[in-house]
Ligand binder design. Structure first.
Ligand code: MN
Length: 432
């Protein structure tokens, strides 16, 4: 259970029902328990969209939201024997009372009851393509419902991803509070680990310190597998081996964030393991820093959400050109996307219940415009692989700088600003 009041989820459902056409239903399913090996499971994590509308954190559940505002939950029947092994379950009555559903049914009856519940409706909305097994179930329930009565109209199956995604994109005050807390825990982790990092430590040592800091701060799980990449491992974007020694003179790139009340934070810092950046590392770092700062400034209410991308491409290209790593005119570099040799990911992503929040960047060919209370990461990077046709002294440098940025009425707020971003400030922190 989180800090969000249950009424909040009920109100969300009522509000969302207003965005549905009349005589329609939205169906969402929960996550399932996933086996890790033999009979051991991964820790259960509720599906973010399902959680967003229910607050309910048990597996094997299905929510039906009617356009009338009525909401129905299928969940597991309370089972005292199973509770002795796996712990508390709400059961049908508990779920109805505690999560403010109008009706609850046993999940075992879903195949039998759902066709009856949706029979005669005009539209069935769901998040199509996210879970093929559930998509197939929807289709079978729909055809069963369609065949119940010869003279009724057929139900239209419609994708609700953009509608729900746009809702999730704009955070409520309650959500922002949880995100601030998530960002605070992760920021403290980065600060404390940088203070205590020492030459001789391995990637694994640092990873353990981060995970411990998250837990100490009150977060049970990281919001994604942390990346702790020493030296040239930093050029592998999703490096998660996290098991090598970090050599004297190398930097370590750490991309690590935590989850609090199911809300994600996502922070990256790249620091020198011996406490001092080399002149080459510092030169590259300063280009990334400038791209970061310009990209943050592009977050303005009314501006396209792709503006930070354009800013970062321009600043990184100019910087790489200035130090001789890219050649030709700035226009040519941008037009031919030559910067992609060194900057091969995007500037950032929406952040929320998912670290890559399940929200759109454009709809019907039009970019989403920033509005107050959207949260986006800003994370430019430069990665110089051994294969690059550049002077040896640059090779193996990989730097990314990432902060979590809230769009505000007046501009933006960096939710992770307590972690130093400037090289001087990072060196000072490591000395302290
Ligand atoms: Mn990120």
């Amino acid at each position: 259970m989180t800090d969000i009041n249950i009424n909040f989820f009920k109100n969300r459902r009522l509000n969302l029902a207003k965005d549905m056409e009349d005589n329609s239903v939205l169906l969402l399913n929960s996550s399932s328990t996933i086996l890790r090996n033999n009979d051991t499971t991964f820790p259960f994590r509720q599906d973010s969209n399902f959680y967003y509308l229910t607050g309910f954190e048990e597996p094997d559940s299905i929510m039906l939201l009617m356009s009338s505002g009525e909401s129905i939950l299928f969940c597991r029947e309370k089972n005292p024997d199973l509770e002795k092994w796996d712990g508390f379950m709400f059961g049908l009555e508990g779920a109805k009372q505690e999560f403010h559903f109008d009706k609850t049914f046993d999940i075992k009856l879903a195949d039998e009851l759902i066709p009856t519940l949706i029979q005669g409706l005009s539209n069935l909305y769901s998040l199509i393509g996210k879970d093929t097994l559930f998509d197939n179930k929807l289709i079978s329930w729909m055809s069963k419902a369609n065949s119940m009565e010869r003279h009724q109209e057929n139900i239209n199956l419609k994708d609700f991803s953009n509608t729900l995604g746009m809702k999730r994109l704009i955070k409520s005050n309650e959500e922002i509070e949880l995100m601030r807390k998530s960002c605070e825990i992760a920021s403290n982790a980065h600060i404390n680990v940088m203070k205590n990092a020492k030459l001789g430590m391995t990637e694994f040592d640092l990873e353990s310190m981060y995970l411990n800091e998250f837990k100490k701060g009150g977060s049970r799980f990281p919001s994604y597998n942390p990346i702790v990449a020493g030296g040239k491992n930093a050029c592998v974007l999703h490096y998660i081996d996290n098991n090598k020694t970090i050599n004297d003179g190398d930097m370590v790139l750490v991309d690590a964030g935590c989850e609090y009340g199911l809300y994600a934070s996502d922070i990256t810092r790249t620091f020198p393991i011996n406490g001092k950046y080399s002149s080459e590392q510092r030169e590259i770092y300063n280009i990334v820093l400038e791209a970061h700062n310009k990209a943050c400034q592009a977050i303005k209410v009314g501006a396209s959400c792709l503006e930070p991308q354009i800013e970062s491409e321009t600043v990184l290209s100019q910087g790489l050109k200035d130090i001789g790593l890219l050649h030709g005119s700035l226009d040519e570099i941008l037009e031919k996307k030559l910067f992609r040799e060194f900057y091969y990911h995007k500037i950032g992503h929406w952040l929320g219940l998912d670290v890559h929040d399940d929200c759109p960047y454009s709809i019907n060919g039009e970019d989403i415009k920033f509005q107050e209370n959207m949260v986006m990461t800003i994370e430019p990077g430069i990665y110089i692989n051994d294969s690059a046709d550049v002077d040896e002294r640059w090779k193996g440098i990989g730097i990314r700088l990432e902060n979590d940025i809230l769009a505000t009425k007046l501009g933006y707020e960096n939710l992770t600003q307590t972690v130093p971003s400037e090289p001087d400030a990072i060196e000072a922190l490591m000395k302290s």
